[in-house]
Design a protein. Sequence first.
Length: 76
Amino acid sequence: MMQTPLTGRELQCLAWVSQGKTSWETASILGLSERTVNFHLCNASRKLNVYGRQACVARAIYLGLLEPFNVASMTA
């Protein structure tokens, strides 16, 4: 895995999105507010130069920043 321009929290949020979780569900899992999750997802999208959750997940997987379907690495 390459060095990431994303923070750990951005990667966590993206990992849960890749599992089909909504912002609300991700917030509940991580103990954050829904707004905070959306903030992290927005920052990740900006850093990866894409628009939208699915595009962000796809780019992160393509760049090797996120492994597809890796639930075990998503716990805090």
